[in-house]
Ligand binder design. Structure first.
Ligand SMILES: Nc1ncnc2c1ncn2[C@@H]1O[C@H](COP(=O)(O)OP(=O)(O)O)[C@@H](O)[C@H]1O
Ligand SMILES: [Mg+2]
Length: 315
């Protein structure tokens, strides 16, 4: 009898460690069959993203495929962010976050299907530079529109209690409406999309755009690298408390303006945007007021001669 039970136990297939995490998800989030992908758009920190074109409607979709067994992945957090938070925000900010369509899970592989929202800003900027037909004046006006829409998108996100945590050119898409030539900007990548909560949240993001208060909290790895001491504030290494979380996105926004259009704002305002103290950074309404009140500067130092390289997120 005892022998028989052991046999039965050892023949049982191993439990899927991720299944309970999916079982906890809200059932109203669409579960779909994964579409056949056509062309790889990008390999990111956590997965691969493909382009899928529906054979009938010709509509384009982006398909993100993530292997949850990858050691750098915190599966519970990723599933919550990429599915639950993404679904929620894409309903709350449909004009500013690329639309979530559905997800599929099988055999450790998570597939997220979303609208295809155009080239990312990193690629778009490179195309803009290479384009000789568009005047410089027009290009600066386009950049101003892009940065205005990014600020509006962050405002929508923050108003609904979310922090993006990984604002950078690779996580922003730009699409031109062929009918009126207007530019539409959307945020993508819900990998770090976090809800403000009473608990400290784990620090994530891309070092080049990461606010200093996050860098200091970002695992001792960074501190060792920079030989800096831990700040005496209440941060736990690797985690950050709830206060001023939104300011971290504003810092990343400031770093992006600095790199891509440093003359968009006056020098004082630029300094404040990336101020080391979060409370010194302007709020999103202040940024938007400034943008709406100013005429776009077409100074030739608008970041054109810088070399930009893609940056990847720290796991
Ligand atoms: N919905 C989308 N529309 C267009 N391009 C996308 C979309 N989602 C992702 N991409 C492209 O794929 C890249 C990687 O996707 P992302 O979600 O940022 O993954 P990762 O978490 O690996 O950074 C993006 O930088 C962008 O170039
Ligand atoms: Mg990304």
């Amino acid at each position: 009898m005892y022998q028989h039970n052991i046999m039965k136990l050892s023949l049982r297939p191993p439990e899927d460690p991720f299944k309970p995490m999916f079982d906890r998800l809200d059932t109203k989030i669409p579960l779909i069959n994964p579409p056949s992908a056509t062309k790889r758009i990008m390999s990111g920190a956590f997965g691969q993203t493909y382009l899928h074109i529906d054979a009938e409607t010709k509509k384009k979709y982006a398909v993100k495929v993530i292997d949850l067994t990858k050691p750098s992945i915190n599966a519970g957090e990723l599933i919550k962010n990429e599915i639950e938070n993404y679904y929620d925000i894409s309903h709350k900010c449909p004009d500013y976050f690329c639309q979530f369509i559905g997800y599929h899970y099988d055999n450790n592989i998570l597939t997220i299907v979303m609208d295809y929202c155009g080239m990312d800003f990193f690629e778009y900027y490179a195309h803009m530079l290479a384009d000789n037909k568009t005047s410089l004046r027009k290009k600066f006006a386009m950049l101003k529109s892009i940065f205005t829409q990014i600020a509006e998108a962050l405002q929508c996100l923050h108003q609904h209690g979310y922090v993006h945590f990984d604002v950078k050119p690779e996580n922003i898409t730009v699409q031109k409406n062929p009918n009126n030539n207007k530019i539409k900007v959307k945020l993508i990548d819900a990998g770090s999309l976090t809800k403000y909560s009473t608990n400290p949240v784990r620090v994530q993001g891309t070092l080049d755009y990461m606010a200093p208060e996050l860098k200091h909290a970002y695992l001792p790895k960074y501190l060792q690298k920079t030989k800096k001491n831990l700040p005496s504030s209440s941060v736990t290494p690797g985690y950050v408390s709830n206060a001023d979380l939104g300011g971290t996105d504003i810092y990343s926004y400031g770093k992006m303006v600095q790199a891509y259009y440093p003359t968009l704002f006056d020098d004082d305002f630029m300094r404040e945007l990336t101020h080391p103290l979060p409370f010194r950074r302007p709020s999103l309404p202040e940024i938007l007021n400034k943008l709406r009140g100013s005429s776009s500067s077409s100074s030739s130092s608008g970041g054109r001669r810088r070399r930009h390289t893609k940056k990847s997120r720290q796991p």
